[in-house]
Design a protein around this ligand. Structure first.
Ligand code: MN
Ligand code: MN
Length: 320
């Protein structure tokens, strides 16, 4: 039923073999796959710390601990889905234009084949390349962004392409349906109140960490689901959404965030959204000495895969 699935760790020890995500086969194919894990190790559009180029390998390394059954969602992703580790996009450090072209070239065939890409950054600038590719297949999608920052600044250091400008560019290029898009988790000091107002003026719904805390996570999830509606969506998860006590391995930390438990809980509530792509960005292993950030990252991706599995199972159930 599932052509490609993880190695069975009851037969082959988790510490053995070459590390792919969740021990999936490393194969560059678009045949017979439901989803593909793709590393995009580009980090030279960061405004502060670099080093997220090592994010994909760090997440893969610790992801060997993930088992296929998600007890909260009651789904075995191995049984439902065929998934692969597609390897990395051959990014060009320092050349964001060429890197964007290569991201599109890498993602186009995966999307064309009807599979769902799950990308691991890299800094947040990579999402623009992903969304360009997504638009070709699916048209403009709703953006669901978990982040402690808006990433809707116009330019940094006179440059329009940066990890802090990515969603302003995405909007200008018509890649996202802003009326169904939502940014959640923003907190910390700003340059001015304009940072918040820019996002709102562009048409995003914004829920800050302060507001999330007041309304409770169930209500936040409900508002995300309502905002997105039935149409197609893209989930972009910047690891700095999480409190740095739980995710220290990132580039622009903001204190006063949510716990790892809360993060997984809110993602599970989004299972009925029609996501056509996902990414997880900004993990910097150099600041992650105990692998807790990469471990959370691998579990976040497992929740993405679980949502894909639930959707596929639901479709099957409806067909019967
Ligand atoms: Mn951020
Ligand atoms: Mn970001």
């Amino acid at each position: 039923m599932s052509k490609y699935k993880p190695l069975n760790s009851l037969e082959v020890p988790r510490f053995a073999e070459i590390k792919t995500f969740m021990r999936l086969p490393y194969i560059k194919t678009v045949e017979d796959i439901d989803y593909a894990i793709i590393g995009i190790p580009f980090d030279t559009a960061s405004s502060y710390r670099t080093g997220s180029r090592f994010g994909p390998s760090a997440v893969r390394e610790i992801s060997s601990l993930i088992k296929p059954y998600n007890i909260v969602q009651d789904i075995n992703v191995s049984e439902c889905l065929s998934g692969i580790d597609y390897g990395d996009i051959p990014v060009v450090p320092g050349d964001i234009d060429e890197t964007y072209k290569r991201i599109e070239k890498g993602l186009d065939p995966i999307l064309e084949a009807g599979a769902i890409p799950i990308c691991i950054g890299g800094d947040h600038s990579i999402t623009l390349g992903e969304l360009r590719s997504i638009k070709k297949k699916h048209g403009p999608v709703a953006l669901v962004q978990f982040d402690s920052h808006f990433d809707t600044v116009d330019s940094y250091f006179g440059n329009r392409y940066n990890h802090g400008t990515v969603f302003k560019r995405a909007l200008e290029e018509g890649l996202i349906d802003v009326g169904r898009s939502i940014q959640v988790g923003m907190r910390g000091s700003l340059y001015s109140i304009d940072d918040l107002n820019n996002s709102i003026d562009m048409g995003f719904k914004v829920i800050t960490t302060q507001e999330m805390s007041k309304m409770g996570l169930k209500e936040v999830a409900k508002q995300i689901v309502e905002r997105v509606g039935d149409g197609k969506a893209f989930l972009s998860f910047d690891i700095d959404f999480v409190d740095p006590a739980y995710a220290p391995g990132t580039g622009t930390i903001e204190v006063g965030g949510f716990t790892s438990f809360e993060v997984l809980e809110i993602l599970r509530e989004l299972k009925n959204i029609n996501f056509v792509g996902y990414d997880l960005v900004e993990i910097i292993p150099a600041f992650d000495s105990t692998q807790i950030t990469a471990s959370l990252g691998s579990n976040i991706i497992f929740e993405f895969i679980s949502i894909i599995a639930l959707k596929k199972k639901g479709v099957r159930a409806n067909e019967v």
